[in-house]
Design a protein around this ligand. Structure first.
Ligand code: 4NP
Length: 161
């Protein structure tokens, strides 16, 4: 059976998308689905390629049992549209940027991530980079909700639940 492949995308790939990557990966592993689901993250920009996640994102995630230290930023590429089934953007600008480079034949899901949390509004994960530490906790709250919703959606669609 083919694996389900999920890519989280934000602007820098050092705050929001690595947080989603780590939290979703953790959830997938808790549910015993690591062999069935691959998780990755990337940025629309090339600004932080090769860097570890922002230290504030790492600290906030670690408090919730999620270690992001092994992650390293990369830029999204056209190959990603052939590799991934789900390409999930943190905000509308990320989504617009992805739509501009998406090949015509892409048949996967290219959409916002937060609506999987079924909370109505907001639909975007706010960028915490220029704010304080509490912004990172807020991102985690949102990402945890959306990760649970996304995993439930994938399991239902695959007939795993
Ligand atoms: P991210 O946050 O897109 O969630 O990784 C940002 C990280 C860096 C910058 C902006 C947003 N920056 O301007 O360098």
């Amino acid at each position: 059976m083919d694996k389900v492949k999920v890519l989280f995308v934000c602007l820098g790939n050092i705050c929001r998308s690595p947080t989603a990557h780590g939290v979703f990966q953790h959830l997938v592993s808790e549910r015993g689905l690591s062999q069935q689901i691959d998780v990755d993250s990337a940025g629309t920009s090339d600004w932080h390629i090769g860097r570890s996640p922002d230290s504030r994102a790492q600290a906030a995630a670690l408090q919730r049992g999620c270690d992001l230290s092994a992650l390293s930023a990369r830029q999204v590429s056209s190959a990603d549209f052939y590799d991934f089934d789900y390409i999930l953007a943190m905000d509308n600008q990320n989504l617009q940027d992805l739509e501009q480079v998406s090949p015509a034949g892409f048949s996967g899901y290219l959409e916002l991530f937060l609506p999987y949390g079924n909370i109505g509004e907001p639909r975007e994960v706010p960028d915490p980079y220029y704010g304080g530490e509490q912004g990172f906790d807020q991102v985690l709250d949102m990402v945890e909700l959306a990760s649970t919703g996304l995993l439930n959606h994938i399991c239902k669609r695959q007939g795993w639940s």
